[in-house]
Write a protein that binds this ligand. Structure first.
Ligand code: HEM
Length: 239
């Protein structure tokens, strides 16, 4: 600790830690304001609000899993080309030749499955605790959008290994879309880029999977977390 105090007294330390030593309540509040990570919470929150048993941290778990998916996904992108000629071979190479390839691919797959479970469990927790009630009803709607985005990420990722399982799962999935009244046919064609799963489908799913859907999820998640802070902390204590 003394070492830390000496570091804080240096020019570098002072530029990193801008708040005063945390002696009084006012110092602590100033430290909180100055901290990028802590400022998701207001300076004062109900102790209950951050207890584990209150939320089981399931929303936090979903967000952490999403972070793991982004990190492992970026690594996989270095070794994967979304074309029917190379996709299957790239995955084989990731499994056998790429440094940490098999490990990172497994992290990606496990995180994907766990994220779907965590998001569903988070939604169930919100439902059973009645945490969707006013003033949080808007955040429930935002949550539904997050659920749909999570499932779409899962579905688009499923095609990328370009094996039999992927091919037929997406054939079945997109055929199901065809049954939706009015917009079904167009949706199916837009997803496939033709009348059956082919190179256009692989490219479309890839772009959706690595760019469009993650960007949308980050944007919607930012609104979700902002509403969480606004609606849940230092309110009347309900929910
Ligand atoms: C990508 C998926 C999602 C992520 C990363 C996420 C993240 C979070 C986080 C970090 C919280 C703070 C409290 C907690 O841990 O429970 C939260 C609260 C909340 N979430 Fe989500 N969420 C997701 C999906 C959903 C879904 C599917 C719903 C419901 C349809 C939902 C509804 C809510 C509501 C109503 C709150 C406020 C609950 C309260 O204040 O007690 N979220 N979310």
């Amino acid at each position: 600790m003394q070492l830390m105090d000496r570091f804080r007294a240096t020019a570098v330390g002072r530029s990193l830690f801008r708040s005063p030593d945390r002696v009084t309540e006012r110092d602590r509040a100033a430290g909180h304001w100055a901290n990028f990570l802590l400022h998701i919470y207001p300076v004062k929150v109900h102790r209950r609000e951050i207890e584990f048993r209150y939320s089981w941290y399931l929303g936090v778990a979903s967000a952490v899993l999403f972070g793991s998916l982004v990190a492992s996904g970026i690594y996989l992108m270095f070794f994967y080309v979304p074309s029917p000629a190379s996709a299957y071979g790239n995955i084989q190479a990731i499994q056998t030749e790429v440094a940490f390839g098999q490990f990172v691919r497994n992290v990606h797959r496990w995180s994907a499955n766990l994220m779907v479970i965590a998001v569903a469990a988070h939604m169930a927790r919100v439902f059973y605790r009645g945490a969707y009630k006013p003033p949080r009803e808007f955040n429930w709607v935002i949550g539904v959008v997050l659920l749909v985005l999570t499932l779409l990420l899962s579905f688009t990722g499923y095609l990328l290994p370009w094996d039999q399982l992927a091919y037929w799962a997406v054939t079945v999935g997109t055929s199901m879309a065809d049954f939706v009244p009015f917009i079904g046919g167009t949706t199916r064609e837009m997803l496939l880029g033709g009348d059956q799963v082919g190179s256009a489908t692989l490219l479309r799913f890839y772009v959706l999977h690595v760019a469009v859907l993650p960007a949308a999820l980050v944007a919607v998640l930012a609104i979700h977390l902002w509403r969480w802070r606004k609606d849940s902390m230092l309110d009347d204590g309900e929910g």
